[in-house]
Design a protein around this ligand. Structure first.
Ligand SMILES: [Zn+2]
Length: 395
């Protein structure tokens, strides 16, 4: 693990079009939706900043964003993938800790769905994934991928946070790895012309700003993070996915923070005048027909009770976002809202809520033991899904 002094963080220069540049995304779990907002702003206003970047680096969930950019996956698809993963995780009351839910398996499945056949060719030399070796905690950066399966394997390794994702770490070329954020959460940081992004307030180029007074700043794994209540909450919601509406808000925050960066760095051209606000007034994010259907359904369900338009997602939470992203956010939130089960209504009742919270530590421990048992059984058996694609070592 390489560490950088506080002076290094504060001495980072202005962006320079003359040198080659890179983009790096810190690992942040479900908060990676922040990058969708930030990237949608850059792609809308200064697309060259993304299209012309030499390398995209990332650790943990940040490497999934970097991979999407290196391979050329549309950002709307990435947005959909993050929301669907969060939706899956929120299905169960124990969220990511539920024994039937495997975050790594969901990520792996999404990658196989999303990545084209030649993804490894496109990613080689353009993607830099941070991994942490399980045996010694050393950081390894991977930029070459022999096949699409190997690319999926490397990305999966970088996302494996021990216990949270399971007990048995995945391997790449016969070596066991864990979350890249544990040893280097901002690959390519050493290059001066790297645009760094993190959804935690600190010294990254694109990150939230904090209005409150900060006691001190922590530098961990090449990411500067302020120690404040805002960031404590952000770290918690990285691991435990918040409501989909909250994710839409985080996405919007990413957009606004990227816009502030572009202004500060004087990267906004005269021809790129803000226009999304005007557009959003003219075009709704969903078809009126669908809204009408929804209203009728709700009227029947609520027996004509109090209703609010577009109740599944407050449109103000995404007013500046480009239309493509707004459509995805609206669609996923609407589906989730309409499918709102009797269970979610039940758990909103205070006594049930209290009982659920009191039993939560017990339930989590029980399910972790169950998961450990299941993974051990899988290990004893011949099939380990994360290792089935291992290729021969080229080292
Ligand atoms: Zn809508």
């Amino acid at each position: 693990m390489r560490g950088y002094s506080e002076d290094y963080f504060s001495s980072r220069r202005m962006f320079n079009w003359g040198d080659e540049w890179h983009m790096s995304f810190a690992g942040c779990g479900f908060r990676s939706i922040y990058y969708v907002g930030a990237l949608s702003c850059i792609l809308e206003r200064v697309p060259r900043l993304v299209c012309g970047a030499s390398t995209f680096g990332g650790a943990s969930s940040g490497c999934l964003v970097a991979a999407a950019l290196a391979v050329g996956i549309p950002i709307e698809k990435l947005c959909f993938m993050i929301l669907i993963t969060a939706k899956e995780a929120r299905k169960h009351i124990l969220g990511v800790f539920h024994p039937r839910f495997s975050l790594l398996r969901v990520v792996q499945r999404s990658l196989l769905d999303m990545l084209p056949e030649d993804a490894h060719l496109r990613a080689t030399g353009r993607l830099c994934v941070s991994l942490t070796q399980l045996s010694n905690g050393r950081n390894v950066l991977v930029s070459e991928f022999a096949s699409r399966d190997e690319l999926v394997q490397v990305l999966t390794c970088s996302c494996f946070f021990p216990i949270y994702c399971g007990f048995i770490p995945p391997s790449y070329r016969g070596v066991l790895y864990m979350d890249g954020a544990l040893s280097n959460n901002m690959p390519l940081f050493e290059h001066r012309n790297t645009i760094t992004l993190a959804p935690f307030s600190g010294e990254s180029d694109i990150c939230p700003t904090e209005g409150t007074f900060n006691f001190f700043e922590a530098h961990y794994s090449n990411v500067s993070i302020q120690v404040n209540t805002g960031n404590v909450h952000r770290v918690c919601t990285s691991f435990l996915p918040p409501r989909l509406e909250k994710l839409a808000e985080i996405c919007h925050n990413g957009y606004m923070d990227a816009l502030r960066f572009l202004k500060k760095q004087d990267l906004l051209g005269a021809e790129c005048s803000p226009c999304s606000l005007v557009l959003s007034d003219k075009f709704p994010c969903c078809e009126p027909a669908k809204m009408e259907d929804w209203k009728k359904t709700k009227m029947l369900l609520n027996n004509g009770g109090k209703r609010k338009e577009h109740q599944w997602l407050d449109q103000r939470l995404m007013e500046n976002l480009p239309m493509g992203i707004r459509k995805v956010l609206c669609e996923v939130c609407r589906e989730s809202y309409n499918a709102g089960s009797w269970w979610s209504s039940l758990t909103n009742i205070l006594p049930v809520k209290m009982q659920t919270l009191l039993l939560l530590p017990f339930n989590i421990s029980l399910h972790l033991f169950k998961r450990l048992g299941r993974e051990r059984q899988t290990l004893r058996g011949h099939s380990r899904p994360l290792q089935t694609h291992t290729k021969t070592c080229r080292q």
